[in-house]
Design a binder for this molecule. Structure first.
Ligand code: NDP
Length: 316
């Protein structure tokens, strides 16, 4: 039996602000795009609460609501938005061959990669064991569960600072575990952390182990063993939540060995462009941007990717 193959002019992988904006523009350019949303429809913004810096919302909005609006807008313009994952992408020859986890096969004239980035973890076994049972990569998603309980945030960047400040309004106490003697976060955020009486910064500390109890399937985190990297001294802090905020890694696993990535795994795009090293394949949003990582910059690059796809297809 021969496989049924859907042919598409523009295939969009990923559904954050970059993917949806690309879908809006590609639809309006009559490219009839098909989008596969990926494991987390709406992307990282669905794990945030308030978004105050996206232009056009004078009172701010909620991340998940904004992503629903973007999906509706893309669909209203004619984009075919599907819930599911791309499992295979062969970009070695045109048309590009794509397979999805609902058993579908596609031939795409152009592809826009907007797969975003995911939170990094420290990589300890005990951290893995308590994921979802005290260990979290998203303070705004899970902070609510730690009302009046002590928690820790690992990291010294803007995300860690933002998470610590957010949690300081919920938790009884926030430890911020910083591996150096300074924060990487912007000056204004760093000062807010330092001035906050509910946050104690543990400078020069790294986490050795997460500790807790397990009874049947029920796990409860109750502390972390830290080491002072200057003195070698170890100590335990009593906490019930452990929030990891040490940066993100781009979701490029599907394309390794096919597309040019930088040493951190981000897709390399041409200057002032979303063009990758493969003609007809464009990349937008956090999967190619480790500098700005904002919803608005992702949306902007999604727009660029659709316009560049349209122009490129027109030249073929
Ligand atoms: P960053 O890469 O900026 O910071 C990561 C932090 O985690 C650093 O302090 C780093 O330490 C620490 N770290 C990394 N690996 C480990 C480890 N294994 N153990 C302990 N600590 C570790 O990531 P962010 O997610 O904070 O920010 C990414 C980008 O997004 C930045 O450009 C940031 O400015 C931006 N951003 C902006 C926001 C805003 O404007 N509102 C909000 C959030 C992010 P070290 O410093 O020693 O390397």
């Amino acid at each position: 039996m021969s496989q049924e193959i859907e042919k598409v002019k523009s295939f969009i992988i990923g559904s954050g602000p970059a993917g949806y904006t690309a879908a809006i523009y590609a639809s309006r350019a009559n490219l009839s795009p098909i989008m596969y949303q990926g494991m987390q429809p709406g992307g990282q913004l669905t794990t945030t609460t308030e978004v105050e810096n996206f232009p056009g919302y004078p009172e701010g909005t909620e991340g998940p609501a904004m992503m629903e609006d973007l999906q509706k807008q893309a669909e209203r313009m004619g984009a075919d938005v599907r819930w599911g994952m791309v499992t295979k992408a062969d970009l070695t020859e045109r048309p590009f061959k794509i397979e999805t986890d609902d058993g579908k096969f596609f031939e795409a004239d152009s592809v826009i990669i907007a797969t975003g980035a995911s939170a990094k973890y420290l990589g300890m076994e005990s951290e893995e064991a308590f994921k979802g049972a005290g260990v979290s990569g998203c303070a705004t998603c899970d902070g609510f569960f730690y009302k009046e309980k002590p928690v820790a945030v690992v990291g010294g960047g803007d995300t860690a600072a933002e998470d610590a400040l957010y949690l300081s309004n919920i938790a009884s106490k926030v430890y911020m575990i910083v591996r150096r003697d300074e924060l990487r976060a912007s000056k204004v955020m760093a000062q807010r952390v330092i001035d906050n009486p509910n946050i104690e910064v543990l400078w020069n500390h790294v986490t050795k182990e997460i500790v807790g109890t397990q009874s049947g399937f029920i796990k409860a985190l109750n502390g972390a063993i830290l080491e002072n990297v200057k003195t070698g001294e170890e100590k335990k802090i009593d906490i019930e939540g452990f929030f990891v905020a040490i940066g993100h890694k781009p979701n490029t696993g599907l394309f390794t060995d096919q597309i040019k990535l930088d040493d951190q795994g981000y897709i390399i795009t041409a200057a002032d462009s979303t063009a990758t090293n493969i003609e007809g394949v464009f990349a937008a949003g956090d999967v190619q941007d480790h500098t700005f990582r904002q919803a608005i910059t992702a949306a902007g690059s999604g727009c660029m990717a659709a316009i560049e796809s349209e122009r490129w297809l027109g030249e073929q």
